[in-house]
Ligand binder design. Structure first.
Ligand code: PEP
Ligand code: MN
Length: 273
């Protein structure tokens, strides 16, 4: 008889305390698609913290489909990012798009993100396997579950066992939404691997009004958390504005997530400070 693997707990140490993903608590990670300015990041960090997020997200180097669009502020933003994290006492997950960025951004991030387009970048994964910080590995938009798990093993094989998987929607025949959120994958991976799994409804659906219901569905189906894009003024966002939640949207979504978690007898991961 096949036994169900239990989910490994991945610890995320930050300067402000340690988070755990993969235990009983549900974690909400939130922030802008791209970090655009000190005030945009600070306002977002304060709003999501006040409403129950435990970790910030925010792109520093962006993997954009078009080379002509905003590519992220890069290293010019490091100082103010660190100031925002210090002021709000929150950690940060951010994407590295190239192995050379790992050392550069090491002191700025608490967890490395590998984006969907880089899931098959095995040299990047091997490099992250030698790091001491956790890794959030997004599913390739056309990757099989098996390929995704095997990609995660490129990181764990190097010695870094702290890997969290992130389902962010896959490309299907459907074009009404940006991608198709594969909750099958979430429940499958939870039963068949020991990696914690979180859900990114923002990139999955691409439409702000539909993000909260999918985040609630993620909580209901046993995901370990969600990562959602939030912006002070989505209409002015330099990337992914149409899928960014306003602060009010975020607050309302959190109220509903908490109700689902209560019904399922699961706590929300809260920051201690
Ligand atoms: C992101 O989360 O910033 C991002 C680019 O998402 P994805 O890699 O899932 O497209
Ligand atoms: Mn985005």
């Amino acid at each position: 008889m096949q036994t169900t693997p239990s989910t490994q707990i991945v610890k995320i140490p930050t300067a402000f305390g340690e988070l755990e993903i993969g235990g009983p608590a549900f974690s909400v990670i939130a922030g802008p698609c791209s970090i655009e300015s000190h005030s945009q990041f600070l306002d977002t960090a304060k709003a999501v913290k006040e409403n129950g997020a435990c970790l910030l997200r925010g792109g520093i180097w962006k993997m954009r489909t078009s080379a002509k669009t905003f590519q992220g502020l890069g290293e010019t933003s490091f100082d103010f990012i660190q100031a925002v994290c210090k002021e709000t006492k929150m950690g940060l997950v951010s994407e590295v798009t190239d192995a050379r960025q790992i050392a550069e951004v090491y002191d700025v991030v608490d967890m490395f993100q590998v984006g969907s387009r880089n899931m098959h970048n095995y040299s990047l994964l091997k490099e992250l396997g030698m790091q001491k910080k956790p890794v959030m590995l997004k599913r390739g938009f056309a990757a099989l579950i098996d390929e995704w798990i095997k990609a995660a093993e490129y990181v764990t094989n190097g010695g870094n066992k702290n890997v969290i998987l992130c389902e962010r929607g896959i490309r299907t025949f459907e074009t009404a939404t940006r991608n198709t959120l594969d909750l099958n994958a979430v429940v499958y991976v939870k039963k068949n691997s020991s990696f914690p799994v979180i859900v990114d409804p923002s990139h999955a659906v691409g439409i702000r009004a539909l993000v909260p219901d999918l985040a609630i569905a993620a909580a209901a189906c046993g995901a370990d958390g969600v990562i959602v894009e939030t912006h002070p003024s989505p209409a002015e966002a330099l990337s992914d504005g149409p899928q960014a939640l306003t602060f009010d949207d975020f607050k309302n979504m959190m109220k509903k997530i908490e109700k689902v978690l209560t019904a399922l007898d699961r706590p929300l991961q809260k920051l201690k400070i």
